[in-house]
Each structure stands twice: as structure tokens, then as C-alpha cells.
Design a binder for this molecule. Structure first.
Ligand SMILES: [Fe+2]
Length: 184
């Protein structure tokens, strides 16, 4: 009887051990955001500044979400663009041509998932390509990304002065959001 109980206990433990990796491998993608997060997370894990990259990419993605809702755009697509926007910096550790390289990396990543339409991929690539150009007004997703990209570092520490180069944009953004806050 004692042996039978021990056998059953061991069997249960073995089955539990066997089940863990199988479940992890076969768990289906929850959605397109999760599919992109998996790729972004693996790039961040291999980067030299995990904290900075996680905080910035996830922060920009979340601010992009709220701005997209405010402006009647797709919050899901805006979030994904935010997650991917500095992927070249994360991979190469430099901002050199990170907009151009990031646009093509994002395109490749999105195509690789087979979860996006051609139009969505083009929108994302264009937004990433233009995100550092604050002198020209581009498409609606491009402008969401530009705004979220300056909002994240500012909101990360409001005790620091806003970057003078982007202060005007930040002021306009607070006004659009109906927030009375003196950024100077
Ligand atoms: Fe950025």
C-alpha cells in the first residue's frame, strides 16, 4: 500500500515535470502585441542596458496607446509601433541611422509574424522612419510616435527640465490632453 502510494506520487511528479515545458512551448500567442513583445524582449535581453530599454520601449508603447485612443487611431497598432520604434538602437547600441535601420527591422519582424497586413507594416515602417524628424508633420501614427517618444523621458522624471528642443511639442501635447502643467 505504502509502495503504491509512493509510486503514484512519483508518477504525478514526473507527469508534472514533463508537462511544464510542453505547456510552455505549445501555449498559443495571445495576440499580435504579445507576438511583437516576444521579439522585442529577446532583443532587449541581449542588449547592454536592459532597464533603459524596457522602460523606454514599453513606456512609449503605452503612451502611444493613450494618444491613439485620443486621436481615433488603432491603439493596438500604435502600441506595436511604440514597442518597435528603437529596435535598431536596442540591437546595435547606437542611434546612428536608427530610424532608417529600425524601420526595416520592424518591417522584417512584423512580416515574420505573418499577423499583419501590408498596410499596417507600411504604416509602422513609415512612423519609425520619421520619428526623429520634428520639423515636418507626417502621418497620424508618425505624430503619435513622435509625441510618445518625448512624453516618456519627460514623465519618467518630471523634476528634470524638459529638453528645450522638444519643449514646444510637449506643451502642445499637454494642452491637447487637457492637462495644465508647467513644463518649464
Ligand atoms: Fe525613442
Amino acid at each position: 500500500m505504502k509502495h503504491a502510494t509512493l509510486f503514484l506520487l512519483n508518477l504525478a511528479l514526473c507527469l508534472a515535470t514533463l508537462n511544464t515545458p510542453v505547456q510552455a512551448q505549445s501555449s498559443p500567442a495571445k495576440g499580435r502585441i504579445d507576438a511583437i513583445r516576444r521579439v522585442v524582449d529577446s532583443q532587449i535581453a541581449a542588449s547592454s542596458d536592459l532597464r533603459k530599454n524596457y522602460v523606454h520601449l514599453y513606456g512609449v508603447a503605452n503612451y502611444s496607446t493613450i494618444l491613439a485612443i485620443k486621436r481615433g487611431l488603432s491603439p493596438e497598432l500604435a502600441h506595436i509601433i511604440g514597442l518597435l520604434h528603437d529596435i535598431s538602437y536596442v540591437k546595435h547600441g547606437t542611434y546612428d541611422r536608427h530610424d532608417e535601420l529600425g524601420a526595416s527591422m520592424a518591417k522584417e519582424i512584423m512580416e515574420g509574424t505573418k499577423l499583419f497586413t501590408k498596410d499596417e507594416i507600411e504604416i509602422a515602417a513609415a512612423a519609425i522612419l520619421h520619428h526623429d524628424n520634428h520639423t515636418t508633420v507626417h502621418g497620424p501614427y508618425d505624430e503619435v510616435l513622435k509625441d510618445a517618444d518625448i512624453l516618456q523621458p519627460y514623465l519618467n522624471d518630471v523634476t528634470k527640465k524638459a529638453n528645450p528642443k522638444t519643449a514646444g511639442r510637449l506643451k502642445a501635447l499637454f494642452a491637447e490632453l487637457g492637462l495644465s502643467w508647467d513644463i518649464s
